[in-house]
Design a protein around this ligand. Structure first.
Ligand SMILES: Cc1ncc(COP(=O)(O)O)c(C=O)c1O
Length: 394
């Protein structure tokens, strides 16, 4: 009989020549179980999605309730659907006052597309500034603002009028002028291998955008919902973006994205032309109830509270001759090694011992550590001892 692996390779489009090949049976909390019953501790969280762990009972129950009411009804923005109404209300209640209008989409890249269009419409300008080594998604607009030529060159021509600056370099902020519609930036750079900018830099960035009438788009698709030790990463810096991008953990395991702005800014999408930015599935009812349940879990169970300490515990344990640096904030971390070969070997050795760990798009010689926020201190100790003994074997 033809195996699932053979069918997967034959019928499912592949994104690389070396997929992970883990054949999953089920997932619960911090753990993924393969079809042979082997248990894996998930230190990747489906790439910063499963912040509350896999299949939280409150999320599952909210989804089941919604299944008995309605699924998709019509395109986003027409009918009043309580799941997306309640979810937007809750999101706004945990955001600063100025971020009071939510446009739901389906994914992170779609949030990026919507935000870039909104910035152009609101400012009447076309200039966009993004960062080297950034990642904002894979569709054409998002690809245009990606700061890595390696992934772009095969797809040109892309969007015009985009300039790149170095994340964290104050001198580069001079490029932001009254011709700039927006700066799009990850509050904490993810795929660059987890890079954190200084408080001064982020405050100067905010000031320069304000002074030039440029909209500041902060992409927290990877960093939001407690991962950095605050509910939103911009809270570390005492700044507020004009547009906030959310996805990944937003849905509690279901697909949904959003760009959030002030009502006055978002209002330009209503006319000239009407329906100038639309989506069929944006804010899907099942994803919305799942996202609301997940956000309630994060808040009611105080999941953000222990994140900084848990990150520090990881850092205190991850000491080894081959580790050059442990970067990051909270449970958004990277372990810097020297080569991709080391990273690949450690990942394989960890997988054999039941630990899932990965690397980054723009930084292949560092390991990604981003477990669900529910990980316990005991589990952190176990994970670190497996990583360290894998490093011993190199
Ligand atoms: C910072 C950031 N922005 C945008 C995206 C794109 O999100 P999606 O894969 O949902 O399109 C990602 C995905 O990894 C991301 O990490």
């Amino acid at each position: 009989m033809i195996s699932h692996k053979q069918l997967f390779l034959l019928n499912n489009a592949q994104t690389s020549t070396s997929p992970n090949f883990l054949e999953v049976d089920r997932a619960e909390g911090l753990y993924i179980y393969d079809v042979d019953g082997k248990r894996y501790m998930d230190l990747v969280s489906g790439f910063a999605v499963s912040n509350i762990g896999h299949r939280h009972p409150k999320v599952i129950s909210a989804i089941k309730d919604q299944l008995d009411k309605f699924l998709h009804l019509t395109v986003y923005g027409e009918y009043i659907q309580s799941p997306m109404v309640k979810f937007a209300e809750k999101l706004i209640s945990v955001l600063p006052e100025s971020l009071n209008n939510v446009y739901f989409v389906n994914s992170g890249t779609e949030a990026t597309e919507g935000a870039l269009k909104l910035a152009k419409r609101f400012t009447g300008r076309s200039g966009i500034i993004s960062c080297y080594n950034s990642y904002h998604g894979s569709t054409h607009g998002a690809l245009s603002v990606m700061g890595n030529e390696h992934y772009k060159q095969a797809y040109r021509p892309l969007l015009p009028d985009i300039e790149f600056i170095h994340f964290g370099k104050e001198e580069d902020l001079e490029l932001i002028t009254t011709a700039t519609a927006c700066v799009i930036m990850e509050t904490v750079q993810g795929e660059a291998g987890i890079r954190v900018a200084s408080l001064e830099y982020m405050q100067k960035l905010r000031a320069k955008c304000t002074a030039t009438g440029t909209l500041l788009i902060l992409d927290e698709i990877q960093a939001a919902f407690g991962r950095t030790g605050k509910l939103f990463a911009f809270e570390h810096y005492g700044i507020i973006p004009d547009i906030l991008l959310l996805a990944k953990a937003l849905g509690g395991g279901m697909p949904i994205g959003a760009f959030v702005a002030n009502r006055d800014v978002m209002g330009v999408l209503k006319e000239n032309p009407i329906l100038g930015h639309i989506t069929t599935f944006g804010g899907h009812p099942v994803s919305s109830v799942s996202g609301l349940a997940s956000l309630n879990v994060i808040i009611d169970e105080n999941l953000v509270d222990g994140v900084t300490e848990k990150g520090e515990l990881f850092r205190s344990l991850l000491v080894h001759d081959l580790i050059r640096e442990v970067r990051g904030t909270g449970l958004m971390m990277s372990i810097q090694l020297d080569t991709f070969e080391q990273v690949e070997k450690v990942s394989k050795l960890c997988a054999a011992e039941g630990i899932i760990i990965d690397w980054f798009l723009h930084c292949e010689n560092a390991l990604r550590v981003a477990p669900p926020l529910i990980i316990t201190n005991e589990e952190i100790r176990k994970a670190c001892s497996v990583i360290l003994s894998a490093l011993d074997k190199l």
